[in-house]
Design a protein around this ligand. Structure first.
Ligand SMILES: *[C@@H]1O[C@H](CO)[C@@H](O)[C@H](O)[C@H]1NC(C)=O
Ligand SMILES: *[C@@H]1O[C@H](CO)[C@@H](O)[C@H](O)[C@H]1NC(C)=O
Ligand SMILES: *[C@@H]1O[C@H](CO)[C@@H](O)[C@H](O)[C@H]1NC(C)=O
Ligand SMILES: *[C@@H]1O[C@H](CO)[C@@H](O)[C@H](O)[C@H]1NC(C)=O
Ligand SMILES: *[C@@H]1O[C@H](CO)[C@@H](O)[C@H](O)[C@H]1NC(C)=O
Ligand SMILES: *[C@@H]1O[C@H](CO)[C@@H](O)[C@H](O)[C@H]1NC(C)=O
Length: 518
């Protein structure tokens, strides 16, 4: 009886011999300019510098590694590997082949392909169109191709990709979703020696398992747009071999990233006054505001005559100092002057500063003299209006009073004179005299002036049409009053008519017009 162990081992021995024989056979089949051998446990075929313009036929179907470097493989046509029977390929090297294009199904059926080297060729884009045939790809080298842009979703069809090399291309742009699909798998990313000046951090920050990110050799503009990437690299401690170096701005020229503070990745702040001209009122608080923008957030200072105004300087009024308060909130800075003085007028400068530089704006403050209390003002106005109205009313009243008093006086005189019969008798006597001498016809008019002087009335005879002289100026008033009451012509008519002489009642009425007797 043969022990089973022994049987097994002899079987293995035989198998090894058979495999060895087969290998010998394969090696015998190897094309003239190729080398076919076991290498690192894989069946490998290397055909460097073989002047090949296509994938060589008649290779062992079990070939796992095919190196076609430094050939003349300008293009790879549909199914070129499949037609050569190389469906077990795991690694394919097509570098330095002047490769310009890959047809869409170039790698069809290479379901085991895990490594593809296409570096040092003439590809102008990432050959994403070929990737759906090779979903198992783990490592892709595209170094040294004239690729300028990494398009969105360039690698979504190779979601197992762990290592991606894009060094020494001419990449200027990495689109925001360039590495979509590689979030959890990609561990090594080389983008060194390209033409990148800035990238969107989110293109990279989605990569959760990155163990190395090579960004050296790019003309980085280390301004604020690059800050989020740097911040993420620092926070996640993403390793790199050679540190990237800044080309711009000037202040950071040739400074390596690892020697720079995060705040150096900055943009010059912007600042502008909310109101470049502000008015304060004496004795009142006045606040000036400047709006700020800047990454990182700049520090803000207020200056007056080139002197920095400290926050809460002159902390109390009692020591005679000015009290200022500086308040920063919501991207704007306020300077409040408590109880402004006329001397506070001037040009206040708000200056924002970060590592990138400094910007300033100015606010011109005018302080107007404290006006009298507006409430008091109103009172005065109202009072004067009321006084005015009262005055007008009062004068109207006075005028009315005077008028009515005069009227009353007039009436009083009339009644009084009626009562003083004796006076009228004298007058009547005179009339009678005149009437007698003229035979009843009145030749001369008699002007009777009821001059009130010391309570006496005089009767003065005058020539025809002549007026009785008025002796007392004061009487004019009475006459004017009378004129007003009865009207000019009425008085004259009645006075001048002969009948009136017969009416003793009319006699006391003063003459309207008085002229100086000559
Ligand atoms: C390379 O192959 C091309 C044809 O594909 C041929 O014309 C050329 O002479 C070859 N060169 C060498 C060095 O063999
Ligand atoms: C660098 O980036 C900043 C901010 O985007 C920009 O203002 C500046 O012009 C850039 N410099 C260069 C040389 O491109
Ligand atoms: C000025 O502002 C302070 C604090 O806001 C306040 O206490 C004070 O009453 C204000 N003074 C005037 C005159 O408005
Ligand atoms: C100035 O002091 C006030 C009061 O303490 C404070 O609220 C404010 O934040 C300070 N401003 C600055 C810029 O520090
Ligand atoms: C302040 O400005 C920054 C950018 O300058 C912005 O991201 C932030 O939302 C602003 N904050 C407020 C409260 O407006
Ligand atoms: C912050 O600034 C924005 C825009 O300037 C404004 O709409 C918002 O009301 C401000 N918030 C506060 C709390 O001041």
């Amino acid at each position: 009886m043969i022990p089973p162990q022994l049987t097994m081992s002899s079987f293995h021995l035989h198998l090894a011999i058979v495999i060895g024989f087969c290998t010998q056979m394969v090696l015998a089949d190897c094309p003239r300019l190729c080398e076919c051998k076991w290498k690192s446990g894989k069946e490998s075929v290397s055909c460097p510098n073989a002047n090949l313009s296509s994938v060589p036929l008649h290779l062992e179907a079990g070939t796992q590694v095919l190196d076609l470097s430094r050939n003349n493989l300008v293009t790879v046509k549909h199914d070129e590997f499949g037609k050569a029977g190389l469906l077990n390929l795991q690694k394919v090297y097509i570098s330095q082949c002047r490769l310009k294009s890959l047809e869409r199904y170039a790698f069809r059926k290479l379901i085991n392909l895990v490594e593809l080297d296409l570096s040092h060729n003439a590809l102008t884009t990432v050959p994403s169109h070929t990737f759906d045939s090779i979903p198992e790809l783990r490592e892709l080298k595209l170094n040294n191709n004239p690729i300028q842009r990494i398009h969105n979703d360039a690698f979504v069809n190779v979601p197992q990709l762990i290592r991606l090399e894009l060094s020494e291309c001419r990449i200027t742009t990495v689109e925001p979703r360039a590495f979509y699909g590689l979030e959890t798998t990609l561990e090594w990313l080389k983008l060194d020696y390209n033409k990148l000046t800035e990238v969107l951090s989110s293109s990279f920050t989605i990569l959760q398992n990155l163990h190395g990110l090579e960004l050296a050799g790019n003309p980085w503009n280390c301004s604020c747009p690059l800050r989020p990437l740097r911040e993420w690299m620092l926070r996640k401690n993403v390793p790199f071999g050679i540190p990237p170096v800044c080309q711009n701005p000037k202040r950071l020229h040739s400074k390596p990233w690892d020697k720079l503070d995060l705040d150096e990745f900055a943009c010059i702040p912007e600042i502008f006054a909310y109101e470049s001209k502000t008015r304060g009122v004496e004795g009142k608080n006045v606040t000036m505001t400047c709006r700020i923008a800047g990454i990182p957030e700049p520090s803000v200072r207020w200056l007056l005559k080139n002197k920095v105004i400290a926050n809460l300087s002159g902390a109390s009024y009692s020591n005679g100092k000015k009290l200022y308060m500086v308040h920063l909130q919501n991207n704007s800075s306020d300077l409040t002057i408590f109880s402004a003085d006329l001397q506070d007028a001037g040009v206040y400068v708000c200056a924002a500063e970060n590592k990138a530089g400094r910007a300033e704006a100015s606010v011109t403050l005018a302080v107007i003299r404290k006006p009298p209390e507006t409430a008091f003002n109103n009172k005065i106005l109202i009072a004067s209006v009321i006084t005015g109205i009262a005055l007008v009313l009062a004068s109207c009243l006075i005028a009315l009073c005077i008028y009515s008093v005069r009227k009353k006086q007039m009436l009083t005189w009339r009644t009084r004179e009626c009562r003083r019969e004796d006076n009228y008798e004298k007058i009547e006597m005179n009339h009678k005299v005149a009437g007698n001498s003229n035979g009843g016809a009145v030749q001369a008019e008699i002007a009777v002036v009821a001059t009130k002087k010391n309570g006496e009335y005089r009767v003065v005879p005058v020539a025809d049409n002549e007026e009785v002289e008025e002796e007392e100026e004061g009487n004019a008033n009475v006459e004017v009053a009378a004129k007003k009451v009865w009207g000019d012509s009425a008085i004259e008519k009645r006075w001048n008519s002969p009948e009136h002489l017969l009416d003793p009642e009319d006699l006391h009425i003063p003459r309207r017009t008085l002229q100086e007797a000559r």
